[in-house]
Design a protein around this ligand. Sequence first.
Ligand SMILES: Nc1nc2c(c(=O)[nH]1)N[C@H]1C(S)=C(S)[C@@H](COP(=O)(O)O)O[C@H]1N2
Ligand SMILES: [Mo]
Length: 339
Amino acid sequence: MLIRSPKRWQLPESAATPEDVFLNRRVLMKGALALGTAGVAYGAATRDANALFGLFDGDGGNDVPLTVEGDPTADLYPAFANPDFANGGRALTNEIDAATYNNFYEFGSHKGIWRAAQDLQTRPWAVVFDGMVEEERTVDIDTLIRAMQLEERVYRHRCVEAWAMTVPWTGFPMRDLVEYARPLSSARYVRMETFNDSSMASGQRQTWYSWPYTEGLTMEEATHDLAFMVTGVYGKPIAKQYGAPIRLAVPWKYGFKSAKSLVRFTFTDERPVTFWEEANANEYGFWANVNPEVPHPRWSQASERLLGGEERVPTQLYNGYAEEVAGLYSDVSGEPLFM
Ligand SMILES: Nc1nc2c(c(=O)[nH]1)N[C@H]1C(S)=C(S)[C@@H](COP(=O)(O)O)O[C@H]1N2
Ligand SMILES: [Mo]
């Protein structure tokens, strides 16, 4: 399963970009340190480099948690970097920028929730598979992660708010999780649910939202090659602010589809109503595929700001993954596919 045919977004030999450093990180770590540019360094080396060069202070500093200390799956990282997903088509986002600019409404509606998110208790953590499955079951997160073959993939991420990043996620195909859950063939959707515990998540005390956060995919989407369950980032177990211990990454859809800190997967033949659909169905739909030509009711989706600076780049149809995923929607008609 790990050997796949080359994909369109695979790094061409000729493209000498900072991702080369990422790809060859074990060899080039020294080079990254010598460059002293935070944008290319990675993982432990990032922290070392930051400390070495004093690049970050205060909120952008060395106290930013980049993993969960003592994570019982730490021995699985870094995982095999799958060359078929080695390049998001862009320079990697600086790790500190990605780790300090987040959406995680359970901990507040501002981008600096990374501090508050440290209150999230990620162990013990149970994951439930229910609904239209052969047999309902609950599995401990560490058992689940160890049952899977972890790999690393660089994906672009495009938030509906028109900011974007390119990050190396570690995890496993959602298809493997679906197989593990053993859904009935009559299941048409998978509904995902985030933890619900206002004692550790201050945002969940705000009663105008209908907690817990829920999301959904069709079975066809969930078993598509690009749908990825994320357990790590930048070569380490995933830090809390990104949605530890397990989240989704569906890179062709707006970021809100990639639900964090998941505890339940329910297989169903009814399309689930998602958290954002419930909050504001006129602005956030079920499909939420990225399309630069379909504006959000309150802003354009034509371009996006890359995290870490002010640079804007054109947004691409299906966030650049059209060739892979457009076929998923050839039979869907009369639906707002792009909101
Ligand atoms: N449970 C939960 N999942 C969530 C969110 C959230 O508020 N709660 N925000 C979503 C949005 S809008 C985005 S853009 C991404 C942000 O992921 P990041 O903070 O790791 O960049 O998470 C998505 N998943
Ligand atoms: Mo988002």
